[in-house]
Design a protein around this ligand. Structure first.
Ligand code: DQA
Length: 147
């Protein structure tokens, strides 16, 4: 069976390319989704892309991903306080790899904590947008380990 994974981006990440380029660079979300999709083709996995600015919609997407093999997610600021998203990830029962483009540890203290990281299969921060590609590779390894 070919695997499918969800690439999920959270609030404000639709503005990548315009938003705070010093932190996030000039790559757009469409560019990131295209690149992760291409890498998925190379690795033999279908990548379903979604972005939402709404916590409940993010949770719905995570629930849908129970039908997939894994989740690659940049939850944006929800990482720092959304226990509801963490519970959804925990309930999804598929490996979840979290990506942050910026080095959250070099920024404001509230960004130093991810409440979702304890239930993640992997966590990547501060590598720029390459973190999504690294994250997909790590996620595929985690999926293979379960098979
Ligand atoms: C981010 C880091 C978060 O603190 C911030 O709220 C974002 C983007 C990142 O990719 O570096 O929206 O997740």
């Amino acid at each position: 069976m070919e695997s499918t994974v969800l690439l999920l981006n959270g609030p404000n990440l639709n503005l990548l390319g315009e938003r705070d380029p010093a932190q996030y660079g000039s790559t757009t979300l469409a560019d990131i989704e295209a690149r992760v999709g291409e890498l998925g083709e190379e690795l033999g996995v279908s990548v379903v892309c979604a972005q939402s600015n709404h916590e409940g919609t993010m949770i719905d997407r995570v629930h849908e991903a129970r039908a997939y093999q894994g989740i690659l997610c940049n939850p944006g600021a929800f990482a720092h306080y959304s226990y509801a998203l963490r519970d959804a990830v925990s309930a999804a029962g598929v490996p979840y790899v979290e990506v942050h483009i910026s080095n959250v540890y070099a920024r404001e203290e509230f960004r130093h904590t991810s409440v979702i990281a304890p239930v993640a299969a992997g966590y990547i921060a501060g590598c720029g947008v390459i973190g999504y590609e690294l994250g997909l590779r790590a996620l595929m390894r985690r999926i293979a380990e379960r098979a």
